[in-house]
Write a protein that binds this ligand. Structure first.
Ligand code: DGJ
Length: 731
């Protein structure tokens, strides 16, 4: 019996992003095709192609028994299961009431629609009927009366396909979903490299590339959150792929909880990629009639390198993921009190810091940790979390009055007055708090096991409706009673003890409800995510918060690595990046203020995190001009495309070019890490410009796009940590 089809569905993306011929399906992007069909014998979904555009299914000769020991090993299955002869890692694992763990999902029907339905309680991409089309394939396991709906939405302009899976129990017994990958895709016999973002606190999003080898390899998080350790993102590339050349597939999970990414090269040479929730923290019970939705996984393909893959993610996430009204708005230059004062402040020091900020031209003053707690004041990190009342000792006249006074300060060199922002960490609780005295049962715990602490704090169980209401009410009351225009939402530890594995996902669903309620009720507030820096920098968070504090490491050299790594998937507009004092508190390194500021300007939310009055006079004197430059180029960073020209891992001269949406302006960042003595400076070849256009560089010399891209441009650098920021304007 034939196991493949070879339907000549034409690649006509503009006319029809989804084409169906019987039970063969084609999803057509501008520059991609994704094609699969129903195997007529097994009813299984088999992938024919995911890559550059094709006009028919690539010819595949499937040998009936695989030519080897297993009869499924050669199949590229869209929704691989467990226990029926596919010995690779499965996308789905369900435990039935009778104890067996098989599934046998067969094609039943499909639905095609313009636009895209939203998930019910998870963040997800959105788009109009002109932007996105959706195919839902309905699968059915008649042995256990369980349905699986595979949803594929294609955004043709971004060559992006979004997949999610819904499992529905239509039987009479309760089942348990042990594993459910949002995405499963089987690549044909070939060699691949995998690229991931690994890290730690202060070292987030470090690029790591390795060869995909036989057997299972992968990474994930079991911390309860997406975590510093591994980001929920994977890229599969050809071994010769670079930033600007070659095939690159990107997979990004829209989820903030523990996740699991598996890459398995089978003995037959096929490579399977699975992306989804962490199965060790799932065991999700489904009663008769109930459904479980997986998060969405976004897949993007680029045939012109990793940089192009990143730009597709950036555009898609800005346009079709981030809901905030600020997504395309330049952000106010801010000063955050943390590194300048840490916990050591009171009303007068805060007002002085706000005055100093305004005098430099800062537009938003942010009061970080330490402003709250009455009976258990938060004067260090041992107490107060959970008690969201103003510390009366530190602020005897109330914080509201201080915030109003700060909001009256005029920012130098502008007509604006200073805005006021506040730090919160509402998911957490210290034992030393009134909240813990009143509600010890709200804390995540597992029976009588020790409630183990990190940074002297415990985690509230956001899966509980009463905890959700407490958090919503606490944050809403701050926003209703003070002139707060910005919130930094922090989260400083992972989840340890949990009542059940399923509680991990339930917690995240609870948090999404909280974020949804608060960000919809307060749409004019600029929300910034944070988790000890970038411990929760993921596509799920971006649905609600248009920016994230990228790392607690503000050392400018390290930040080039961190920000370039983060930009692999997340738009630069979403990165919080601040200038801090030197020697840097994390690394001890000293770099010039210009270098620190130039690096921070590559992030969408530029700011300062220092006490200006403690700076050397010369450094302080440079800040107003650096702020003016950051504000001038901000629209290009926020809305433009980023081209990583030289990577810090590969060059002493890392550089990036940001090009405005209309292509009329660009800003070049060029850095020298170490001075190299008598040595020629490299020619920096730009990318992404219009070769036939002429560009004026910093209002001075003019060069054509062709010369800038093919010939390059050379800059003279001085000492270590030197930098240039150059504005290009098309004339
Ligand atoms: C961790 C954050 O990443 C820092 O920026 C700061 O807000 C501290 N928490 C405050 O406790």
């Amino acid at each position: 019996m034939a196991r493949t089809t070879n339907h000549p569905i034409p690649h006509s993306s503009r006319a029809n992003p989804i084409e169906v011929d019987g039970t063969s399906f084609a999803l057509n992007g501008k520059n991609i095709s994704y094609r699969f069909h129903v195997d007529s014998a097994a009813g299984d979904l088999i992938l024919n192609h995911f890559g550059g555009p094709v006009t028919e299914d690539p010819v595949a000769q499937i040998i009936p028994n695989g030519g080897g020991w297993s009869n499924q090993a050669h199949l590229r299955r869209e929704f691989p299961d467990l226990g029926r002869g596919d010995f690779r890692t499965p996308a789905v694992h369900i435990k039935h009431a009778k104890g067996f763990a098989l599934c046998d999902f067969k094609y039943q029907s499909h639905t095609v629609m313009k636009g895209k339905p939203a998930l019910h309680n998870l963040p997800c991409t959105f788009g109009s009927s002109d932007e996105v089309a959706t195919l839902i394939v309905h699968l059915w396991d008649s042995c256990s009366a369980v349905a699986a709906d595979l949803s594929y939405s294609i955004f043709p302009n971004y060559d992006a396909i979004v997949r999610s899976v819904t499992i529905t129990n239509k039987g009479r017994d309760t089942i348990s979903v042990e594993k459910l990958a949002s995405l499963s895709v089987d690549f044909p016999h070939d060699d691949y490299d995998m690229l991931q973002l690994q890290g730690e606190w202060t070292r987030e999003c470090t690029r790591a590339r390795r060869k995909v080898d036989y057997g299972l390899q992968g990474f994930g998080s079991s911390t309860g959150y997406s975590s510093h350790y591994h980001n929920p993102f994977l890229s599969l590339v050809s071994p010769s792929t670079t930033e600007s050349q070659g095939d690159a597939w990107g997979f990004s999970l829209i989820y903030t909880g523990s996740f699991n990414i598996e890459v398995e090269k089978s003995p037959q040479g096929l490579t399977r990629v699975l992306v989804g929730m962490n199965p060790c923290q799932l065991s999700w019970p489904l009663n008769p009639g109930e459904s479980l939705e997986s998060p969405e996984c976004v897949s993007v393909f680029s045939d012109s390198g990793i940089g192009n893959m990143s730009r597709k993610f950036h555009r898609l996430y800005r346009q079709n993921l981030i809901k905030s009204k600020f997504v395309y708005e330049p952000r106010p230059v801010l000063l955050n009190s943390w590194e300048g004062l840490y916990f050591d402040f009171d009303e007068s020091t805060i007002y002085r810091l706000a005055q100093a900020s305004a005098n430099l031209g800062v537009k938003l003053f942010v009061l970080d940790d330490g402003w709250f707690g009455d009976k258990h004041p938060r004067i260090n990190d041992k107490a107060g979390l959970g008690d969201w009342v103003v510390n009366p000792k530190r602020f005897p006249n109330g914080l509201k009055l201080l915030a109003e006074n700060i909001s009256r300060l005029e920012a130098a060199n502008s007509k604006e007055t200073l805005r006021f922002g506040l730090w919160v960490e509402p998911e957490m609780i210290n034992r030393s708090s009134t909240l813990y005295e009143e509600h010890p049962e709200w804390v995540l715990h597992a029976g009588d096991y020790l409630r183990s602490e990190t940074r002297q704090q415990l985690v509230l169980n956001a899966a509980l409706p009463e905890v959700q209401e407490f958090i919503i009410t606490s944050v809403a009351s701050i926003l209703e009673n003070m002139p707060v225009t910005y919130i930094k939402w922090d989260n400083n530890r992972g989840i340890h003890e949990s009542p059940t594995p399923a509680n991990h996902h339930a917690y995240i669903l609870g948090m999404y409800r909280i974020f949804e309620v608060l960000t919809s009720r307060f749409p004019d507030v600029l929300w910034e995510g944070c988790a000890s820096g970038g411990g929760r920098y993921d596509a799920g968070i971006l649905q609600y918060f248009p920016q994230v504090w990228t790392s607690d490491n503000t050392d400018a050299l390290d930040r080039i690595y961190i920000q370039f790594g983060t930009s692999l998937v997340y738009p630069p507009s979403t990165m919080g990046a601040h200038v801090s004092a030197v020697p840097n508190d994390v690394t001890g390194r000293t770099t010039p203020i210009r270098f620190r500021a130039h690096v921070a300007m590559m992030g969408g939310s530029f700011g300062l995190e220092l006490d200006p009055d403690a700076l050397p006079e010369d450094d302080k004197a440079q800040i107003p001009d650096l702020i003016a430059l950051a504000e001038k180029i901000s629209p290009i960073i926020i809305r433009g495309d980023m081209w990583r020209l030289n990577l810090p891992e590969a060059s002493n001269y890392p550089s990036a070019l940001f090009i405005s949406e209309d292509g009329n302006q660009a800003v070049l960042f060029a850095f020298q890490i170490r001075t190299t003595g008598v040595h020629n400076y490299p020619l920096l070849r730009l990318e992404g410009l219009d070769p036939s256009a002429t560009y004026k560089l910093d209002g001075e010399r003019t060069l054509s796009g062709a010369t800038l891209m093919n010939g390059g441009i050379q800059y003279r650098f001085g000492s270590d940590y030197d930098s240039k920021v150059v504005l290009l304007e098309k004339i």
